[in-house]
Design a protein around this ligand. Structure first.
Ligand SMILES: O=C(O)C1=C[C@@H](OP(=O)(O)O)[C@@H](O)[C@H](O)C1
Ligand SMILES: C=C(OP(=O)(O)O)C(=O)O
Length: 425
């Protein structure tokens, strides 16, 4: 297995032009495909998760042209749902932002599709989404284990009306249903069962739908009302914001040992993960916000105790930043870390213990108490891009760190380690 050893760095400094947001890239590609008209996308992310969406769109007959190292994409909209009656198999890797929205869009389309993925995708639940779509009349079968991909979808015209969806495991299920609701033959009311997790991702969905001409009535994240028989209209040009989750690694590195400006996101960004900067500020770092940048400068860091349900991806970076803070850090309300690329609560606890931290792993929280002296370790990454990226903070330890399978960052940030190493001074 390939490994990467990061030797001790004394500091970091510089500016990072962020790659496009994964969440926005895959949403825009799907909405552009369903919309009336041509959409010219720039700063599209180029990574595995986006490739899976692009490959699926190709197989479904959507035409698009990529240019500028795949950072630009011109999509010819279908002006409605997919039509591909011949049987198809679509491989979606471990991309939640492809699997979940495509499940809904395909269930409502004239298609006969099998959705497959990497082994971990078959352990990531999708039952709450399938249950919701079945209330609309969808014909979806589980091919292996009930409640999990792979799925066989025999798409058809769905009904509309009042449905309920469990929001306690993933917001992506609601995102998926919201995205198809305007294309249904009548109005929809979607009631949320349980506490909706990862709420800011719903804000991203609603903001993008609005730019494609569809408004949703959001009743306090408990009920959503959408008019039926609508069509998405291309907004023409679309500039994808920088990826706020990817920004977290650079901002944290600055908070620990230097000064970094990230561009492509700023105080008006639609991604909830920009609020990661607030957590760094609460730990003691100095944060400056611009319209198109966030910059962070080091300071003495102190451990903090917070609820991170709204920013589960960026919260992983807090866990490793905590090693450089004074006192313990508590990351609360992240139960759904357990159903992401790996069981992130367990993986994080296991790997942080290897460097000497004292860890308390709860059902839905992790408490990190930094060691007096950080030990060198070879960090297993569990095929989880965020495990690899957030453990790069250990490059600030005297002993450095070894990262196993560093190429797993290709899910969202193939060039991560080159960019990170380029900031060392
Ligand atoms: O909608 C999205 O783009 C995402 C929602 C979040 O998932 P959950 O809603 O499952 O927490 C997040 O972790 C994921 O990386 C991207
Ligand atoms: C949870 C993640 O991905 P996915 O979109 O596959 O859910 C992630 O990127 O941290």
């Amino acid at each position: 297995m390939k490994t990467l050893t990061l030797n001790k760095i004394n500091g970091v400094q510089g500016t990072v032009h962020l790659p496009g947001s994964k969440s926005i890239s895959n949403r825009v590609l799907l909405l552009a495909a369903l919309a009336q008209g041509e959409t010219q996308i720039s700063n599209l992310l180029h990574s595995d998760d986006i490739e899976h969406m692009l490959n699926a769109l190709t197989a479904l007959g959507v035409s698009y042209q990529l240019s500028d190292c795949k950072s630009k994409c011109v999509v010819q909209g279908l002006g409605g749902l997919f039509k591909h009656p011949a049987p198809l198999e679509l491989f979606l890797g471990n991309a939640g932002t492809a699997m979940r929205p495509l499940t809904a869009a395909l269930a409502a389309s004239n298609v006969d599709v099998t959705l497959t993925g990497e082994p971990r995708m078959y352990e990531r639940p999708i039952g709450h989404l399938v249950d919701a779509l079945r209330q609309l009349g969808a014909d979806i079968d589980y091919l292996q284990q009930d409640g999990f991909p792979p799925l066989r979808i025999r798409g058809k015209a769905l009904q509309a009306g009042r449905i309920s969806i469990d929001g306690s495991i993933s917001s992506q299920f609601l995102t998926a249903v919201l995205m198809i609701a305007p294309l249904l033959p009548a109005d929809s009311e979607i009631d949320i069962i349980g506490d909706l997790v990862s709420k800011p991702y719903i804000d991203i969905t609603l903001a993008l739908m609005s730019r494609f001409g569809v408004e949703v009535e959001n009743q306090n994240y408990q009920r959503f009302v959408i008019r039926g028989q609508q069509q998405y209209q291309s907004p023409g040009h679309w500039l994808v914001e920088g990826d706020a989750s990817s920004a977290s690694y650079f901002l944290a590195a600055a908070a620990i040992g230097g000064s970094i400006k990230v561009t492509g996101i700023g105080k008006h960004a639609v991604q909830g993960d920009i609020r990661f900067a607030d957590a760094l500020e609460a730990m003691g770092a100095t944060v400056e916000w611009g319209d198109d940048y966030i910059s962070v400068t080091r300071n003495q860091l102190n451990g903090i105790d917070r609820d991170y349900n709204a920013i589960p991806d960026a919260a992983m970076t807090i866990a490793t930043t905590a090693l450089f803070a004074k006192g313990p850090t508590l990351i609360r309300n992240v139960y759904n870390w357990r159903v992401k690329e790996t069981d992130r609560l367990h993986a994080m606890a296991t790997e942080l213990r290897k460097v000497g931290a004292e860890i308390e792993e709860g059902d839905d929280y992790i408490k990190v108490t930094p060691p007096a002296v950080i030990q060198h370790a070879s960090i297993a990454t569990y095929n989880d891009h965020r495990m690899a990226m957030c453990f790069s903070m250990l490059a600030f330890a005297d002993c450095g760190v070894t990262i196993e399978d560093p190429d797993c960052t290709r899910k969202t940030f193939p060039q991560y380690f080159e960019v990170f190493s380029g900031l060392a001074i």
